[in-house]
Design a protein around this ligand. Structure first.
Ligand SMILES: [Zn+2]
Ligand SMILES: [Zn+2]
Length: 269
């Protein structure tokens, strides 16, 4: 079994998934997703995953064009293989955050468990696992357009989960790459640098985009429910205004969860 699961979504759009749910079950998600968007001139890899196994070999099976990484945000599970690529881009407000090497000792320990070891590539050494950092070669701002030749990705600043989180919109195919701002599962507006009100605003802004045919999220499955973003924005507003009731708060984590059917949102206490 391969560590990466690559699926063709539409012409020249591929999802490459990694099983983060086995390595870090505490986050309540199954996969972390990267997307390869192939143009005529070059390809974009939206996020680089956890940096485990040979992501470049997966890409070579699909395209020989030059590939640059477009990060949705700086978190380690989305930027883990950045250093393997010559070109990478991140929003201007996360350049400094991306420069800091994350503390991975808890994950190294988790990887020594036999059930976790079993899903890692055979030549992977858990004891040496780290997230090497490399400065981005391009700094993104809201409204930037990344041209790939024959198709383009629009940069939409969506702060809330993290300060410089961005979504990417491929208007031609209607694919909206939402990363950690919208997926089916627990979403986090409670991390250091998170901002629940900004998260709600970002969800509302994405829900107003015209021509969205599917959400390609940073975790779990593709979302084809056209109303998902509006439901999420409504849910965030209900949680912010006190109209929604949270689960009993987790005193130790200083967080509380609001559940809404197929997703939930975590707020600071
Ligand atoms: Zn994240
Ligand atoms: Zn994530």
């Amino acid at each position: 079994m391969s560590f990466h699961t690559t699926t063709r979504i539409t012409d020249n759009l591929y999802r490459i998934a990694e099983p983060i749910g086995i390595i870090a079950p505490q986050f309540g998600v199954t996969t972390v997703n990267m997307y390869l968007v192939v143009g005529n001139a070059c390809a974009a890899l939206i996020d680089s995953g956890m940096g485990i196994g040979d992501i470049r070999a997966e890409i070579r099976k699909i395209t020989a064009l030059p590939v640059s990484v477009l990060n949705s945000h700086y978190h380690w599970d989305h930027s883990g293989a950045n250093a393997l690529f010559e070109e990478s881009a991140i929003h201007e407000s996360e350049v400094d955050l991306l420069a800091q090497e994350p503390e991975m000792s808890a994950y190294r320990r988790a990887m020594e468990q036999p059930d976790v070891r079993a899903i890692l590539p055979p030549d992977f050494d858990p004891a040496a696992y780290r997230i090497p950092r490399k400065p981005p070669t391009r700094i993104l701002r809201d409204g930037d357009v990344m041209a790939l030749g024959g198709r383009a990705l629009q940069v939409i600043h969506t702060p809330g989960h993290s300060p410089g989180h961005v979504a990417y919109f491929d208007e031609a195919s209607g694919a909206l790459f939402t990363a950690d701002t919208a997926y089916c599962g627990p979403m986090y507006a409670c991390f250091a640098g998170s901002d629940p009100a900004a998260f709600a605003h970002s969800a509302r802004r994405l829900s107003a985009l015209r021509g969205v045919k599917m959400l390609c999220p940073g975790h779990n499955d593709i979302v084809s429910n056209a109303g998902f973003l509006a439901e999420l924005a409504d849910a965030m507003d209900a949680a912010l205004s006190g109209r929604a009731q949270s689960e009993p708060p987790n005193e130790m984590l200083k967080r509380k969860e609001f559940r809404f059917g197929e997703f939930s949102v975590w707020f600071p206490m």
